[in-house]
Structures are given as C-alpha cells and as structure tokens.
Design a protein around this ligand. Structure first.
Ligand code: SF4
Ligand code: SF4
Length: 227
C-alpha cells in the first residue's frame, strides 16, 4: 500500500551555514597561481622534448638486415578501438621476401584523423613491429595526408640494412637464420660480403624497375601511327 505524504516523517534538513571566509575561499586557486612562475612554451620556435615514453607517431620497425618485422597478422587493427589501422597481408616468396616467415604487411595504413594515440595497437603486436615514436607534430591541411601509408611509417634503413625484398640473412658460417631467431632478435651483425651481395641485388632490381618504367613512359609518349 502506497504511503501518503502525511505518513512520512518530516525531514528537518538545514543547509550548513557558510563560514566567514567562504566568500573568499573560491579565490584560493587564483591567488595561488598568481605567484607561481609562468610556464610559457615558445612553441613552435622552441620545442620542448617529450617524456621518453610519450606516445607519438607510429613506426614500423625492421630487423637488423632490413627485412620488415611486420607479418601482416592484423592484430593491431583488431585491437584498435578507433578503427584507425588498415592492414592487408600477403605471402612472401623466395624470389620476393619482405619479412622472415610466410607473410608480410603488403598494405599498412594508419588514419591519424581517427587515432587517439592510446597505444593498444603496439601492445597487441606480437613481433614488436609496431612501436610509437615521440613525434607529435601530426597536424596537416588535408585529410588524405593524415592517412599515413606504409612508406611513411617504415623506419629508416640504418647501417647494415638492405631494403627488402631480399632473402633471409645468413651468418658467417653460412647458417641461414631461422624465423624463430629473427623473432627472438638473434639476427647476427651484417656480414660485409653478404651485405654487398644484397645491396648489389637491390640496386640491380632498382635499375631494372627504372628501365622498365622508362620503357613504359616512352611507349606511352610515342604518337600513334595510323594507316
Ligand atoms: S594508438 Fe590507439 S587509436 Fe591509435 S592506431 Fe593504435 S590502437 Fe588505434
Ligand atoms: S604491426 Fe604487428 S600486429 Fe600489426 S599487422 Fe604487423 S605484425 Fe601484426
């Protein structure tokens, strides 16, 4: 049975009375801040370094011989709460190898219009292919330029690295490094002979591509002959 207003005990609530300093207490934060040293940063003229673990732009890492660490598994894309990553994997072949193992990331994109830099993707990556740098200058003037493609995300080639595709590394005794050794980071330092051989092969492939491109452009530019 519903109780009427009359049955309920009267609530004798009284708001606390404000103290004598209540009217000035609200200014405490204002006065406290007035006497602190101002922290004005002259950005962009002066860039203050970030904390070491700051989450900035992503980077796709390479093994010490230049092969890519990404295996195109898409776990980063599945982990992303903002649906900012797009990955398409493809098979490596012995003639065209981009990473150790079966697969590599053929297409890799991060949409920085969506990314909230939370870092869940780098936690999900099983090969430490994906990490985050300290770079935070990600503003731009067009939407398309904020979709970073694989060529912009791949880390630079440092000493001893050869741009893929190339075969998996061999150590000085001729032992081919296994996939597991790659994933454990047990890739030996670059052997000068092998490095030279890989570089020569990479240059030859580049020259062949350039020659094919030139030939294509020339044939496209030739006027059509009509009879
Ligand atoms: S940092 Fe977060 S939001 Fe950005 S791509 Fe990775 S998981 Fe997605
Ligand atoms: S970056 Fe890592 S998680 Fe993402 S596809 Fe490549 S290997 Fe998989």
């Amino acid at each position: 049975m519903a109780s009427s207003k009359k049955d309920r005990p009267e609530q004798d609530y009284q708001a606390p009375k404000p103290g004598p300093l209540a009217s000035v207490a609200g200014f405490g934060t204002t006065f406290g801040t007035m006497f602190k040293k101002p922290n004005t940063e002259q950005y962009p003229e002066e860039k203050v370094p970030t904390q070491l673990r700051f989450h900035g732009r992503h980077q796709l890492n390479r093994h010490p011989d230049g092969l890519e660490k990404c295996i195109g598994c898409e776990l980063c894309a599945w982990a992303c709460p903002a649906d900012a990553i797009y990955v398409e994997g493809a098979d490596n072949t012995e003639e065209e190898r981009f990473s150790p193992g079966e697969r590599y990331g053929r297409v890799y994109q991060i949409n920085y219009l969506r990314c909230i830099l939370c870092g869940l993707c780098i936690e999900a990556c099983p090969t430490r292919a994906l990490t985050m740098t300290n770079e935070y200058e990600l503003a731009d003037t067009s939407r398309s330029s904020l979709i970073y493609t694989k060529d912009r995300l791949l880390g630079p080639l440092t000493e001893g690295m050869v741009p893929p595709p190339h075969r998996m590394y061999e150590d000085e005794s001729g032992h081919e490094v296994t996939e597991k050794e790659y994933y454990r980071g047990e890739v030996p330092r670059a052997n000068a002979d092998l490095l030279g051989e890989m570089l020569a092969a990479a240059r030859a492939a580049d020259e062949q591509n350039a020659a094919e491109q030139n030939a294509g452009e020339q044939s496209a530019g030739e006027p059509e002959v009509s009879f």
